[in-house]
Design a protein around this ligand. Structure first.
Ligand code: A2P
Length: 339
């Protein structure tokens, strides 16, 4: 089997470190790994695969040095500039930023849902938004069996989705509360996140939706290849360190039996059904943390509208919502192109 030269761009960030952890666990057929970051961290060492790796400075030259696959999570600007340069050198870029996701020439992939799109790449594959990824794993089996008419997302998103600064704001709030002091002014969020729910993730667009909400709406339609799907979203930041939770209301084209829907989830790839309300069993953010699966529960009929159901969907936003999904794309690409 071919061995791959793999680059990790943004290796010192929150998602980048998770890339390294997932790569250590999943063992791709790698010839070499090269870690990249900015001037700030270049030259520092990172322990990875039992060895010390010196972090390289990302430049046009250094990223064109014959890599086969590059996992990018270094922000939109870095991706916009360097992903095409890497792709031109013959490397497949799997990019975690939002900058290429809606480009019609760039596949947007959740491996359990649309693996066939991987082969349509022109050098770049986009990793979807964290909230979108877990929702797609839940929606795809329903789309396949019953068709989708309308989807309403309400999200409860962890602070880790806002990077180290987001985690710091919640940590500072918890520590101040424990010490009986007033919380310091938040550094990342516009309001204190401890003891709060903030109905704004990313900036507002012209229509008063946030960009996070628009990402969920547009990316859902693209991944499911259903451009006219009726879909709306409200995205909320909550004081939880890890894992995003989502309430999803789904109207299908065809009627369903709710027990069949549960069975569908019990058998779906990448899903763990946790749904035994008599025993108070349902997906919890704390239990999904550090796991790769999407947890689904509270599956129930919505009697207010025909062919409609509600469910609760939880996943680790840094793993399945970012690093794991990107590494799974790389694995699938290797599998599909090594036949
Ligand atoms: P660095 O450590 O050098 O700043 P996070 O989103 O958690 O802040 O992480 C961002 C990641 O992207 C870090 O690894 C950061 O490296 C990297 N990064 C940011 N800007 C650049 C850039 N211009 N070139 C390469 N890496 C970058």
């Amino acid at each position: 089997m071919k061995k791959y030269k793999i680059a990790v761009v943004g290796a010192t960030g929150v998602v980048g470190r998770s890339f390294l952890k997932v790569l250590e666990e999943r063992k791709l057929p790698a010839e070499s790994y090269t870690l990249f970051a900015s001037q700030r961290s270049a030259g520092s060492t990172v322990r990875f695969m039992g060895e010390d790796h010196t972090v390289q400075l990302l430049t046009e030259e250094s990223i064109s040095a014959g890599f086969d696959i590059a996992l990018f999570s270094a922000g939109g600007e870095t991706s916009r500039k360097f992903a095409p340069i890497a792709a031109k050198s013959g490397c497949l870029v799997i990019d975690n930023s939002s900058c290429w996701r809606m480009d019609p020439t760039v596949p947007l992939v959740v491996p359990e849902v649309n693996p066939q799109d991987i082969l349509k790449h022109n050098g770049i594959i986009a990793n979807p938004n964290c909230s979108t990824i877990q929702a797609m794993v839940a929606l795809a089996p329903l789309q396949k069996k019953y068709g989708l008419r309308r989807v309403i997302f309400s999200t409860y998103q962890a602070v880790s989705g806002a990077g180290a600064a987001g985690i710091g704001d919640l940590q500072a709030g918890v520590e101040a509360y424990a010490a009986g002091k007033e919380a310091p002014a938040p550094k990342k969020f516009d309001y204190p996140i401890f003891g709060n729910c903030i109905p704004q993730i990313d900036v507002f667009a012209d229509d008063d939706y946030t960009k996070e909400e628009l990402k969920m709406i547009n990316e859902t339609r693209k991944i499911l290849s259903q451009p006219e799907l009726a879909v709306t979203a409200t995205c909320v930041r909550v004081p939880v360190f890890a894992s995003h939770s989502e309430s999803i209301n789904i109207t299908t084209e065809k009627p369903f039996e709710i027990e069949d829907v549960k069975q569908l989830f019990a058998e779906a790839e990448g899903v763990v059904l946790v749904d035994d309300v008599k025993s108070k069993m349902y997906p919890l953010a704390a239990e999904a943390a550090d796991k790769d699966e999407v947890f689904i529960g509270r599956v129930r009929i919505d009697r207010s509208f025909p062919n409609t159901l509600n469910l609760w969907c939880v996943a680790d936003n840094i793993r399945k919502g970012a690093a794991t999904n990107a590494v799974q794309i790389a694995e699938k690409y290797i599998q599909l192109t090594n036949k």
